[in-house]
Design a binder for this molecule. Sequence first.
Ligand SMILES: [Zn+2]
Length: 1004
Amino acid sequence: MHDTTPQIEMRVERFVRERVAPAVERRHVALDVTAWEVPDEPVPFAEAVAQDFTAFKPGMAWSRPWGTTWFHVTGEIPEGWGGADVALELVVDLGFSARQPGFQAEGLIYRPDGTIVKGLEPLNNAVPVGPGPVDLYIEAASNPDVGGHYFYLPTPLGDKATAGAEPIYTLRRVDLVERDLTVYGLLQDCWTLVGLMEQLEASLPRRAEILRALERMCDVVDPDRVAETAAAGREALAGVLASPAYASAHQVIAVGHAHIDSAWLWPTRETIRKCARTFSNVLALMDEYPDFVFACSSAQQYAWMKEHYPELFERIRRRVADGRFVPVGGMWVESDTNMPGGEALARQFVHGKGFFLREFGYEPGDVWLPDSFGYTAALPQIARAAGARAFLTQKISWNESNRMPHHTFWWEGIDGSRIFTHFPPADTYNSDLSGADLARAQRQYAEKGVSNVSLTPFGFGDGGGGPTREMMEAAARTRSLEGSPRVEVGTPERFFELARTTHPAPATWSGEMYLELHRGTYTSQANTKQGNRRSEHLLREAELWSATAAWRGLADYPYETLDDAWRTVLLQQFHDILPGSSIAWVHQEAERNYAAVAAALAPVIDEAQRALAGPGSAPVVFNAAPVAAAGAPALGAVAGPPPAGVAPVAAGTGWVLDNGVVRAVFDAAGLLVSFAETASGRELVAAGEAAALLQVFRDTPNQWDAWDIDAHYRHTVTELREADAVEATGDALVVRRSFHRSTFTQTFRLVEASPELEIETRVDWHEREKLLKLAFPLAVHADRASSEVQFGHVQRPTHANTSWDMARFETAAHRWVHVGEPGFGVAVANDSTYGHDITRRWAADGSTVTLVRESLLRAPRFPDPHADQGEHVLRTALRPAPTVLEALDTGYRLNLPVRAVTGGGPVAPLVTVSSPAVVVEAVKLAEDRSGDLVVRLYEARGGRARARVEVSEPVERAWTTDLLERDPADLADAAVQASAWAAGEPIEIAFRPFEIVTLRLRRA
Ligand SMILES: [Zn+2]
């Protein structure tokens, strides 16, 4: 037989596109439209509909970028319209572009009584109407397409102040439409079959069979009478659609989903509206398709619905009760996991799950982070201790260099905790259940042969939109279809159950899941980073002193203020805010939010400290760190002034800072050429090198500006070795430098009896596409470096032996990094920096130099063209540190500077811990407001430890809990050990390496 495959394929494609698709609309008629443009920010429904609406019609332009126009749509259904084989619908085109839903104009449709019908999006722009006249309101949002097609061109659109005042959309149509259900069904048949056919091997009979069926369909459907002949067309395809899946076909559990970034190329105020649009779409689709289920993460987004759209929230609540609107993830937002501190990451679950349990009596069993930029090795333990049994992401499929070997596996954290993990092999969280996506899931699934099921989240996402009826139609057709994976619409829980039972012995991935991309997100938008770090530590202080004062009967615990502040901080940890990848609007708002958190917490801290210090006129120095500082005990206060600084002394052409513990030597240009420990004589700075050296690199990523630092940044460096001025000012050595349009002031300080050299870097930064690093070439031979993460640290090689090591050229650390040899080491701690690189090179004498660098600032131009411009103050401490515990001490002290208040005298700590390896991360009152004390501790060395915990006040009972402060004995599947102590019994706890323990105490 002659092969005419290409000709038939072309015929089918054109026939479906030009004949079948247009015939879905049997007829249409324009409706009447009036409009009111909102002067500025969005207003509620009741306020909008009370305005004067003026005549409007298709062809007219509406709303500037970020504006809102309300349309009122009215009309009668013409005589004779409707019937058995048609659906009557309002179809609106707001001027949609070809870009995906969620990145352009969107709308929300209301009835005159203020109830919501559904969202209005490109590719989902119809809403059922009738019987009776049409009377609907549309709240249309003229959200600009900030990313465009490139995602790197600087744009003014991300800031309302610069986005422009001219309308950017033109209303195209507002029609009443009769949709032909048979033609619609035929179109869906064709879409699924063509999609499947394209994925099948050319040699397979099945492929040819589908092609011939499609050809017959073209023959029997009359292009001049599509509606009348569509049934015959469906008949021609019925046979190939009825042929069942192979016995070995891959099984896909398709989970309805909408990835809605809580802020990104839009501000949070728009996210709130995006949620209403998407969730109302979802509720409407649930009425139409009884087997449709939808997984939705982020307690914050539900909380927004409760506050702003109570009617919608009640409908969501009912569907949650039905098990069809499924809360997943259990976190407050889909947060970044590289940068949030330990306690903050724990609170993501405490607040997220707390909301779900309170509002729905439901607890998600999984962690749902499809899109965050890499996953901390601390997460398995945190997730398990919060009651999660499974973890889902797909982001690691974005790796530039290496492919993760598994899709279904155990993920093991720093402490040995394991969590059952799945990466959807379709490599997307926005699937449309196309033949291509389904085939990719089957083709790529790494566990083939031992397991045969994967999860595919489907629905438009990033900017929301969610699943559509077309996707549900595709799911129905692929339930059992020869050549296609078997698709079952189901919940994540259903998938994880199936995956667990069919794959009892998965492989293990140990340690962090580093994303080999987006390495700039540890550094971009320094003010946002600093706001996060400061807020986390302010919250620690506020909780510690308030709990101490409350347990001593000196003050009430400010639950509301603390909850509000936490929720603000948790929201900013969203995976496009804290990483610095959002528009200017979002980062300006983040900075305002952090300022508000600081303003709310300052009086809380002050009042608690004054209550604790009592009346008097002595200086009382409070230390919120879990280690002694400035003469004050951990978590307590001492009377007397903090220790003084040491004055710099001129020596030769340079300067010396010497406190008898360490000695820092600076040359004439203010470069730190020597830093030695006096007792051992050991030098920290590599011979012939300068430490605390500022380096400026060209920083022009290949694609994602705010997200990426590419390896080629290292090819061009300018070292700031010249000084504009070097001067001793009181107890500090101050060095001024400049580069291009930017100026730098480095201030070096030593305090009496302390081994820590404090380095303050004040930068007035006016560069574009430059990366600023602070470099420490150290006389240390280390083949690995320790970097603090949540509740512990990770060790990463300093070499690049493997492609995995090579790709890890920029890494995240929290308060400190440590490099060491047996018995000696160096710590570099910071107060607001996350990005680091730690590598090795060779000195002239052949010895190894370990180069530790902090990434202080960037200046990407997309999506915020002014990112990182202006004044910054970043603090670093350098010290000899034989073990990681000294690094940890310095990290805490730098981030929790002591505070002096005037009062009566010293304050004994409420909580003391006997082991230096066991660290107190939080002291607070219980979430349930019972007044119980909650103390979160962890083992910090990575070894086993025993610690006695003493509390200054009488305790009736103490017991360990999960992160949500629940007794493990009350939980069916607790990952934490249950222990309890009665009054008077010493509280002694044995810790596993890096184990987190939550201790709850009831006051006697
Ligand atoms: Zn995202």
